[in-house]
Design a protein around this ligand. Structure first.
Ligand code: PEP
Ligand code: MN
Length: 339
């Protein structure tokens, strides 16, 4: 069980410091979350050492809430307001539904720049593209590595789009952070705790993909690992899970979207490309995701899907991607969002 202390509106810095000191005297750590009006202190550690009655009577304390859920920093109780992540002036988790588009993998300069211009022209805000690819087969294209990161940066300089790209191992986090605006943790690495801790030590926004066979609680616990290492900028990504169905590559868990929004304050992004595996399902599934409350979409786009080095079957041609964004507008508006 864990615990949060909700301070009164207008509690003074001195009162807050005093509460923190009392808690830390008993061997627990505190995590301070300052909202517009109230400050909430999350207690980390063995709360059995604390005297709840005593703390509740300290000046400035409003009440103590016990959290039954295993995740705490990621929970709505702990942080009632939505987290809005600012990426180079783009707000993720606010009113606007954010669109990320680009190829599965960075293949070469021309392919990426062409796609980047298409994403920009269609109205996307963020460019995706893998430089380090987690492939099921060791014989498949593994990505261009650092050269791919340099090409992504060139595309950012040309178009102004921010970039999201995957990092696969703890030792590569600092290198990828030098180039990327958002660090992507792939589905296969959702429970790679050393990697979660490494990205948790950075100040970079993280796009955390749900594991192929992971529950919603496991996803939230993975987010908790990042948050507990000090990085509060985490986006949760529903990208489909494995079921018995084989017509689609994965099964999009549509109810995960509103459920994650209930359970957590973190932005929820949907990846309809990996969820379906089929380009012609991407558009309807994108619309459904926005209708269900997604804060953003990450979509694979390729200028020439038949020749893509990876995931061609689920990649949209630029004109289809543009048409998709247009078709999302009335859906976003119907649920009180903008595009
Ligand atoms: C990707 O985004 O290209 C990717 C590999 O996704 P996932 O980790 O969700 O399979
Ligand atoms: Mn892919």
């Amino acid at each position: 069980m864990s615990m949060i202390i909700i301070m009164k509106t207008g509690a003074t810095p001195g009162q807050i410091e005093n509460v923190i000191a009392r808690v830390e005297q008993r061997g627990c750590k505190t995590h301070v979350s300052k909202g517009e009006e109230t400050t909430i202190l999350g207690i980390i550690g063995d709360v059995r050492n604390l005297n709840f009655e005593h703390i509740e009577r300290l000046d400035g304390v409003d009440r103590i809430v016990r959290i039954q859920r295993p995740f705490k920093l990621a929970s709505r109780e702990f942080h009632p307001l939505d987290t809005v992540i600012n990426v180079d002036g783009i707000s993720i988790g606010g009113k606007q539904v954010v669109i990320m588009g680009g190829p599965c993998a960075v293949e070469n300069r021309q392919q990426l720049l062409q796609t980047a211009y298409a994403v920009k022209d269609a109205g996307g805000q963020i460019l995706r593209g893998g430089a380090f690819k987690p492939r099921t087969s060791p014989y498949s294209f593994q990505g261009l590595g650092e050269e791919g990161l340099r090409i992504l940066v060139e595309a950012r300089e040309e178009t102004g789009l921010a970039i999201v790209t995957e990092v696969m191992e703890p030792g590569m986090v600092s290198l990828v952070s030098e180039y990327a605006n958002i660090l992507q943790i792939g589905a296969r690495n959702m429970q790679n705790y050393a990697l979660l801790h490494a990205v948790g030590e950075t100040k970079k926004p993280v796009l955390l993909k749900r594991g192929i066979m992971s529950t919603i609680e496991e996803l939230l616990m993975a987010a908790e690992h990042i948050l507990s290492h000090g990085n509060e900028q985490v986006m949760l990504c529903e990208r489909g899970i494995r079921t018995f169905e084989t017509y689609t590559r994965n099964t999009l868990d549509i109810s995960a979207i509103p459920l994650l929004k209930q359970l957590s304050h973190l932005p929820v992004i949907v990846d309809p490309s990996h969820a379906t595996g089929k380009w012609d399902l991407v558009e309807p599934v994108s619309r459904a995701s926005v209708a269900a409350g997604a804060d953003g979409l990450i979509i694979e786009v390729h200028p020439n899907p038949e020749e893509a080095a990876s995931d061609g079957a689920q990649s949209l041609k630029p004109e289809r991607f543009k048409a998709l964004i247009q078709s999302l507008k009335p859906v976003a508006e119907a649920v009180g969002r903008t595009l």
